[in-house]
Design a protein around this ligand. Structure first.
Ligand code: ATP
Ligand code: MG
Length: 320
């Protein structure tokens, strides 16, 4: 049983190639290769750990690559629950050169059958705790239907957990339909899934479908949310933050989750999300944050000068 359970539906071996220059159609010499266990939910787990929360990570894993991911997660100290699936866990390849944005190649991942979905659901709910939070984060693998996403939300609720879903497309709509407590797309994902370009309209659409709260992250523009009372809440981002925005959304999700567990209201949870998102931008590795960065970033948050955010970490850790 765990207070926070994080499902990564479509994990990957994240491979990063550093090259001098990427030239399509030519042989490109790779300067360095990095591999790590990837998937948005796993980023959330790592950020939660920095905040002092040991989350259980559940993910379908298959083949040699799946075993490698499981070994990596256990070595990192993650309580990792591998649900065996057929096929081979996918890879994603990021090719980084001097261009502003790396080029990312994302494999679809192995097919997940109905039977595997049943086992994933059981693995998740067997670990959820009443009053805890189930986080579902990242894309879904081939073989996923709306009913699988809905079953996850329902199962989380039945186990007494609140359910937060950060995904896109049809899966995002299915999570809202199933009455997820929080859905957290970014602005592009919210508009694309609902077909509503205007952000307020996209939020309203996800709420009408059944999501209790909708939190939309907007990069350097901060966050916009609507909770149970239907009143929009805006949270500006921390100003003057520069760096690597990849994984900022996962850190923001971890901030929301930590705030939920601490009993924070929506407006306060958004501040945590903004601080954690900014902390991730400050770090070169996607989805990484440093505890020591949080208080100074919180001090720079517009709107509440001097207000402290009670990050749920022990003070000794926060100074390290
Ligand atoms: N340049 C920035 N400056 C300050 N804060 C930022 C910046 N970029 C992101 N953030 C913070 O992080 C939050 C999440 O970022 P963003 O909206 O880019 O997430 P995302 O698109 O879901 O990212 P990903 O899915 O790659 O993790 C934002 O709402 C914002 O508060
Ligand atoms: Mg995101």
């Amino acid at each position: 049983m765990a207070r926070i359970v994080v499902l990564t539906p479509n994990p990957a071996v994240d491979v990063t190639y550093r090259v001098d220059r990427q030239v399509i159609g030519e042989t490109v010499r790779v300067r360095s290769v990095q591999r790590r266990a990837g998937g948005k939910g796993l980023n959330v787990v790592r950020v939660l750990r920095v905040l002092g929360h040991a989350a259980a990570a559940v993910q379908p894993l298959g083949g040699e690559a799946g075993r490698w991911v499981q070994d990596q997660l256990l070595a990192e100290g993650t309580e990792s629950v591998a649900v065996p699936v057929g096929g081979e866990t996918r890879s994603t390849l990021a090719v980084v050169d001097s261009a502003a944005h790396p080029t990312l190649y994302a494999e679809p991942g192995p097919q997940v059958t109905d039977e595997a979905w049943t086992r994933i659901g059981a693995a998740v709910t067997g670990r959820c705790e009443p009053g805890g939070v189930l986080v579902v984060s990242g894309s879904f693998p081939p073989g996923t239907a709306g009913r699988h996403v809905q079953a996850l939300v329902t199962a989380g609720h039945r186990a007494g957990a609140r359910v937060l879903v950060d995904t896109s497309g049809a899966a995002l709509l299915a999570a809202a339909d199933a009455g997820a407590d929080v859905v957290k797309p970014n602005a592009a994902e919210a508009s694309e899934a609902t077909g509503v370009a205007d952000l307020d309209g996209a939020l309203a659409s996800l709420r009408r479908r059944g999501a209790a709260a909708v939190v939309v992250s907007r990069g350097a523009e901060g966050l916009l949310a609507v909770g149970a009372d239907g009143v929009p809440v805006t949270q500006p981002a921390v100003p003057g933050v520069h760096g690597n925005p990849t994984g900022a959304g996962d850190a923001a999700t971890a901030g929301l989750v930590a705030a939920l567990v601490a009993g924070a209201q929506l407006a306060e949870a958004l501040r945590w999300a903004a601080v954690l998102g900014a902390a991730a931008v400050c770090r070169p590795t996607a989805g990484d944050v440093r505890l020591a960065d949080l208080d100074p970033l919180a001090d720079r948050l517009p709107g509440a000068p001097g207000a402290r955010i009670p990050f749920p970490a022990v003070p000794e850790q926060r100074r390290s």
